[in-house]
Design a protein around this ligand. Structure first.
Ligand SMILES: [Zn+2]
Ligand SMILES: [Zn+2]
Length: 438
């Protein structure tokens, strides 16, 4: 077995600090929000004490802190940001109506004692808000999770396993079976699972869709007859890669599997070696993963670049819209090419017209396209938008459904703590009509 790949905090800090910062500036105000990976990209731990033990900012048994009194600077800043840019849900409608639609709401300066977030403008408005109870538990969990990530402890759950032993079959029905059969030995608690799921949701959702033991099966698994045709085409190529392993000549001729991730944001910011977890699940296939989109920024100055992660895995970054650069990726082949749109917001008011030329081109390629959503309503809106704009031109491959490899974490918006998102909560698949497997 190869040496274990270690996702150290330092590596995350270097990669993430730079990229997350650029990301924040690159996104215009009011655009659809994405999933934040900032806490995973937290700065390096505060160092060691005289005895060589790591100096912890927060102790394991004492993870809950009201944001304003947090021992972690980033958490105090987060609280301040929410107070500056957030709104009180109890009086937001009232004040919005009074100011004729201007977003002039009273600042949420009152911290809920149970979750520690500044949620309302006053204790009275907090007490009057019955709906906060529904989210309070999730906010408290987020509070503790974020403190844990920034505590300075060694995050052993991010020490990931390397190549799969050939005699052990991966079970892709759930996070539990996946982590167990892939020997993630350091993920021993629900909290660790939440941390790990937030980054692994991207590579594992791709792998689980393409893999022969995919949970998305005909009928009960949501796969349609057309979906089976598309996945069979891709799996034929994967099988050929497997067979070609011992035949040098064939290996010379084989085409890589190309996975296009369009509108890439957080998923393009992950440390490249995380995508080895996708590669380990399709171990014989040469994989090229393309991150395409205005926010898929590999480095400060480049608009495109390639990172070769292993002999079988290359990540390619292209900053720009897919429909503008399509010529550089053509020709497309449904046997080797597949598209993923992670929480694209296809029907979001600010995104819809921007996505239309891309979806138009995607349907022409006749390749399989898989999309995900932040939650049930988000996905339903995207699916309805697709039907409305492209219905007669497309076939459904995978009926919209919850994704067993969704992130297990809820992300809350700074501007509105009532808005939350779960990365890859649900998944669906489609492609252009009239494609036949030969
Ligand atoms: Zn209020
Ligand atoms: Zn609360």
């Amino acid at each position: 077995m190869d040496p274990t790949r270690v996702l150290t905090r330092g590596v995350l800090g270097r990669l993430g600090g730079l990229r997350a910062g650029r990301l924040a500036r690159a996104r215009p105000l009011g655009a659809r929000r994405g999933i934040s990976l900032k806490s995973l990209f937290a700065p390096s731990p505060p160092g060691a004490d005289a005895a060589g033990k790591p100096r912890l900012l927060v102790q394991a048994g004492d993870l809950f802190h009201p944001l304003s009194k947090s021992p972690v600077k980033e958490m105090r800043s987060k609280g301040q940001l929410i107070q500056q840019h957030g709104c009180c849900p109890t009086c937001v409608d009232e004040t919005t109506a009074h100011s004729h639609g201007q977003a002039a709401t009273r600042e949420p300066v009152f911290e809920c004692p149970a979750c520690g977030y500044p949620t309302h403008c006053s204790e009275q408005h907090w007490a009057a808000d019955r709906r906060h109870g529904e989210l309070c538990g999730h906010l408290r969990e987020a509070n503790e999770d974020e403190h844990d990530l920034r505590s300075g402890r060694t995050l052993r759950e991010f020490e990931f396993p390397s190549a799969q032993l050939p005699e052990v079959v991966v079970n892709l029905s759930s996070w539990d079976t996946f982590l167990y059969t892939r020997s993630f030995t350091n993920v021993g608690s629900d909290r660790a699972m939440r941390h790990v799921s937030k980054v692994l949701t991207y590579p594992v959702t791709i792998a689980a869709t393409l893999h022969q033991y995919s949970p998305f099966t005909l009928g009960g698994g949501g796969l349609t007859g057309e979906g089976l045709k598309s996945l069979t085409a891709l799996r034929t190529t994967i099988k050929e890669h497997e067979l070609a392993r011992s035949e040098k000549e064939l290996e010379m001729q084989q085409k890589p599997l190309r996975v296009f991730v369009l509108g890439a944001r957080a998923e393009a910011m992950l440390p490249p070696h995380l995508y080895l977890q996708l590669s380990y699940l399709l171990p014989h296939s040469p994989l090229h993963v393309y991150f395409v989109g205005p926010e898929s920024i590999p480095t400060a100055d480049e608009t495109r670049s390639t990172i070769v992660v292993s002999s079988r895995l290359a990540l390619k970054y292209h900053r720009g819209y897919f429909h503008d650069a399509i010529w550089s990726f053509a020709p497309f082949d449904p046997f080797t090419d597949v598209f993923f749109l992670f929480s694209p917001g296809l029907a979001h008011p600010r995104g819809r017209s921007g996505w239309q030329p891309t979806v138009d081109k995607l349907l022409e390629t006749k390749c399989a396209v898989f999309g995900t959503g932040f939650h049930a309503q988000d996905m339903a809106a995207d699916v309805a938008g697709l039907e409305e704009d492209f219905g007669p031109r497309m076939d459904w491959l995978l009926r919209p459904r919850p994704n067993p490899f969704a992130s297990l974490k809820r992300d809350f918006g700074i501007r509105n703590l009532q808005e939350w998102a779960i990365a890859n909560w649900g998944i669906y698949g489609f492609r252009g009509k009239r494609y036949e497997v030969v």
